[in-house]
Design a protein around this ligand. Structure first.
Ligand SMILES: [Zn+2]
Length: 472
């Protein structure tokens, strides 16, 4: 495929984990409440109802802005974005348009710097539940207003991404930063949704709406690259439009011609006051800033003498994983071994099961048993790799698992195995007695097989020599 100039920018919507909604006192996380039960006149948009600003959500917006190296604006206000859609009972969404909380930040990704255009807060529309199909094919749609009014932060990037893979890396990093800030819960369903804009070779911009899952974002963009380059080859013009990503088919399909921001007719919301973010207020929030992933990776690397790239893999897996690592090291002081087993084996097993460390059965006190058994040569690395899988499956102590399978062999066990081999391989034993080197190799091989490589060849050689010597 010929080289294409690809420009990708994304808008990320993150549900903030405040206690109440953006403009009313309904819970922002209704759990398994009946659909449409966690609502009030404000979030249902009844005439005469008056919204009030959730200060915590604004504070979260400021925290996110600071963490993404943005400038924080001193006077911000809310506007109404007018459009008609069933998920929006007021026929407008309260958002920030003219002056967002934060602007002009960046995220450094290796040598590349991804510009952050803006960060603002707004309300989530209701949730549409499509019956027998998706947005393009459903026969009917149900609406759940429990989600209407949940606080969202919208984080908009510049079109600085060079590849879908880079977008995915960015999202993993962003999600990790938000988790460290404590403003979002990655375990909450659909808590992070992405709109991605992509244009190729100076052509029109196509927007893919509402993608959940970092892998899906990457796939949707890859599909668009193939689709758009195909169109160019056939000399067709790429239209400015909004598309939908079908996660099952891994394809995108046209939803509507893309409207321009001006089309929404934003107006200042007269029900809400201007919010003044004084320097003192912003500094007091800055002072509360927790350790962020980038800083933690650097600290782990220094404190535990770890390669920075390994530290990054642990840290950007999410806060619980980095906590898991540090707790494990406190219990068993071998940071190198522990990080190696986490990065190379534990994470793979968790991924394979689609689990995060926080909702898995893995615990630091049992995990370190595994590393310790390998360190003390009680089990081989090869066996330990197998053991990780059943450990992640069951959460049973690796020591108990190994003992249950009787694979922690004592020296006595090994001597017994070797003497049985001598008896059962009479020809080879006789040859060994006669001084044939090949026979020694053969018997060692047999012993390695039967001890599941828990004994090493030298140890077996010693035992063999001793036993053969005795029996002659
Ligand atoms: Zn409400």
């Amino acid at each position: 495929m010929a080289e294409h100039k690809i420009m990708i920018g994304i808008e990320t919507h993150v549900q903030l984990n405040t206690k109440s909604k953006m403009f009313c006192s309904d819970r922002s996380e209704p759990g398994d409440a009946e659909p449409n039960s966690n609502t009030c006149p404000v979030c249902l948009g009844f005439p005469g109802s008056k919204p009030r600003i959730n200060r915590k959500a604004v504070e979260y917006g400021i925290l996110i802005g600071i963490a993404l190296n943005c400038r924080i604006n001193s006077n911000v206000f809310f506007s109404r974005k007018a459009y008609f859609y069933p998920d929006l009972s007021k026929n407008f969404q309260i958002t920030q348009y003219e002056i967002p909380i934060a602007e002009e930040g960046y995220v450094q990704m290796g040598d590349d710097r991804i510009g952050i255009t803006r960060v603002h807060v707004e309300e989530d529309p209701a949730r549409l539940i499509y019956q027998n199909g998706d947005i393009t094919s459903a026969e009917s749609v149900l609406i759940d207003y429990n989600r209407a009014g949940v606080p969202l932060a919208e984080i908009v990037t510049e079109p600085d991404f060079k590849s879908p893979k880079q977008v995915r890396n960015f999202l993993e990093r962003l999600s990790s930063v938000l988790e460290y800030l404590g403003v979002y819960d990655p375990a909450r369903e659909m808590s992070l949704r992405v709109d991605a804009n992509i244009s190729m070779d100076g052509g029109e911009r196509v927007e893919i709406k509402n993608i959940t899952g970092f892998e899906s974002v990457e796939k949707a963009l890859n599909y668009e690259i193939v689709r758009q380059s195909g169109m160019r080859r056939m000399a067709a013009t790429v239209q400015r439009e909004t598309r939908h990503f079908n996660a099952e088919l891994k394809t995108t399909s046209a939803l509507r011609k893309k409207e321009y921001e001006e089309d929404y007719g934003y107006i200042f919301d007269p029900d809400l006051p201007m919010v003044t973010l004084s320097e003192a207020h912003v500094s007091s929030i800055k002072a509360k800033m927790p350790e962020l992933p980038e800083q933690r990776a650097e600290r782990l690397s220094k404190e535990y003498g770890m390669d920075i790239s390994r530290a990054c893999v642990i840290v950007y897996n999410g806060k619980p994983m980095a906590d898991f690592f540090e707790t494990s090291v406190k219990l068993y002081n071998n940071p190198d071994g522990i990080s190696n087993w986490i990065v190379n084996y534990l994470m793979k097993s968790l991924n394979w099961r689609g689990e995060r460390i926080s909702n898995s059965k893995v615990r630091p006190n049992t995990f370190v048993e595994l590393v310790e058994m390998v360190d003390k040569n009680e089990i081989t690395e090869r066996y330990a790799k197998e053991l990780v899988k059943s450990y992640v499956d069951t959460g049973t102590s690796p020591r108990k698992l190994a003992e249950g399978e009787k694979v922690v062999l004592t020296e006595k066990d090994i001597v017994k195995i070797v003497s049985d081999i001598i008896v059962n391989n009479k020809k080879a034993s006789d040859e060994l007695k006669a001084g044939k080197k090949e026979a020694m190799q053969f018997l060692i091989g047999e012993a390695l097989k039967q001890t599941k490589r828990q004994a090493n060849p030298n140890e077996i050689r010693e035992i063999l020599t001793k036993l053969i010597g005795k029996s002659t």
